[in-house]
Design a protein around this ligand. Structure first.
Ligand code: XMP
Length: 333
């Protein structure tokens, strides 16, 4: 009979067999559950012959890059390289207002940065004495992703372009002859979490809400600027910390604070001010295809509102988005 521990043993054996005693593997990580579980599995299977790469794209959450580095390197012992490309990303986002353009830019830039770094890592891997050159590429594809890519080949797929960290251009896997390894492709999300626990990944990481590849860039309506990134990060951090403090995190499927760049009037002290509007969103869902807004206690929302207007410079209003999906998507863009 099927158990997670047995699945883990079988996967480790399968990977060792596929990669061989000398083979090396490259993979992108984001700090999300899927890429972290896939990376830890590789670590267990082949140790430091797995090379993980984290690209800081400038639109991760507050202190997230450092947090992910701590989790993956120190806690999980993964052979990780962090690339800070935040300036390139933020520069390139200037002047882009359209959500699809922003997604396209971030997805494309990610591939450029990753490819440039992959070349260096391959060189380092070759010189490391850990094995032969890199021949494999790890991807944290889940079963629902497999199904989706099989069934949506038509225009329905273009409602929103989903850029996933780890989704690499065909030329990397074909052109450079890297063979794909997708150890999670038979699993659903809750099974990936279970596998994560079996691998000893701590509960907070295993239960992390999903985070879109284009990060808070799709949570800032319109053009992304450094000021709006700061505001989105601070407001999001307050919202998520209060959710954790209230013990609600695991009851919510996904939550975040977004920035509406149209400015509203407010009074601060005895002065009239114009500030950005923060839109809080928190949903429950099982499959992310439909969702309901989370029913927070009123006092909770008031507490978050008070903290955000007092602590985040440049904000004078806070709203809570109660739209269900459909018609509202989970992200605002
Ligand atoms: P929507 O907004 O379509 O979101 O209701 C459904 C789920 O997908 C995530 N999402 C994305 N993930 N790249 C990603 O990797 C994207 O461009 C993207 N857009 C939405 C969203 O966070 C939610 O979990």
């Amino acid at each position: 009979n099927w158990t997670m521990a047995r699945f883990l043993d079988q996967e480790i054996a399968r990977i060792r067999d596929l990669v061989g005693p000398e083979g090396q593997v490259l993979g992108a990580v984001s700090g999300g559950v899927d890429s972290t579980v896939a990376a830890k599995l590789m670590k267990e299977a082949i140790g430091d012959r797995f090379w993980a790469v984290l690209v800081n794209n400038g639109v991760m959450r507050l202190d997230e890059c450092e947090q992910v580095e701590r989790d993956l390197k120190q806690h999980l012992g993964i052979n990780l390289t962090v690339i800070d490309a935040s300036k390139d990303f933020l520069d390139g986002l200037k002047g882009l207002h359209d959500p699809e353009q922003k997604r396209k830019f971030i997805g494309g830039k990610f591939i450029d940065v990753f490819e440039a770094e992959a070349a260096k890592i391959e060189e380092a891997a070759e010189k490391s004495g850990k094995g032969t050159k890199i021949g494999f590429f790890l991807q944290g594809t889940l079963y629902p992703d497999v199904i989706e890519s099989l069934s949506f080949k038509g225009p329905s797929a273009t409602i929103k372009t989903h850029h996933n960290v780890g989704g690499l251009p065909e030329r990397m896997t074909n052109g450079q002859g890297l063979q794909l390894i997708e150890p999670l492709r038979s699993l659903y999300k809750d099974e990936v979490r279970e596998l994560g626990r079996t691998l000893g990944i701590h509960e907070e990481l295993v239960m992390r809400h999903p985070f879109p590849g284009p990060g808070i860039a799709v949570r800032i309506l319109g053009e992304v600027t450094e000021e709006k990134v700061r505001i989105a990060r601070q407001a999001d951090h307050i919202f998520i910390s209060e959710i954790r403090k209230a013990g609600l995190y695991d009851q919510i499927s996904q939550a975040y604070a977004a920035v509406d760049p149209s400015r509203a009037v407010g009074v601060m002290g005895d002065k009239r001010v114009y500030g950005y509007i923060i839109i809080l969103r928190a949903v429950t869902t099982t499959d992310f295809m439909t969702a309901e807004a989370f029913n927070f206690p009123w006092e909770f929302l008031q507490r978050v509102m008070n903290r955000i207007v007092n602590e985040v410079n440049g904000v004078c209003r806070v709203t809570y988005d109660i739209t269900s999906k459909p018609p509202g998507t989970i992200e605002l863009e």
